[in-house]
Design a protein around this ligand. Structure first.
Ligand SMILES: [Zn+2]
Length: 96
């Protein structure tokens, strides 16, 4: 429902909603693509154990999300949207 609302608003304003798989975006290096839990030194600090790239963790993750979005556009939105829909359908509902 939230996705539908965002999609509606993006269409309203002339944009596109691109869904990406968020897996590993917070522990993946935006420079060398190395994925490791150890890259995340703290809640706010990211430091790659392979290339030593250091950055605010949220900024690093947003660069990964942006890169994933570009990949989705280049490779075809429909494939990934379908994958995300499948993941959402298999998730257990959140307990609030
Ligand atoms: Zn790195």
């Amino acid at each position: 429902m939230f996705k539908d609302f965002l999609s509606y608003k993006m269409n309203w304003y002339g944009g596109d909603l691109i869904l990406i798989n968020p897996k590993n975006t917070s522990i993946k290096c935006s420079i060398c693509s190395h994925v490791a839990k150890e890259n995340r030194k703290s809640l706010i600090k990211f430091q790659c154990v392979k290339c030593k790239h250091t950055e605010n963790a949220d900024l690093n993750a947003s660069k990964n999300i942006l890169a994933e979005g570009h990949s989705v556009i280049a490779c075809g939105v429909e494939v990934l949207v379908s994958t995300v829909k499948q993941e959402l359908q298999t998730r257990k509902p959140a307990v609030v």
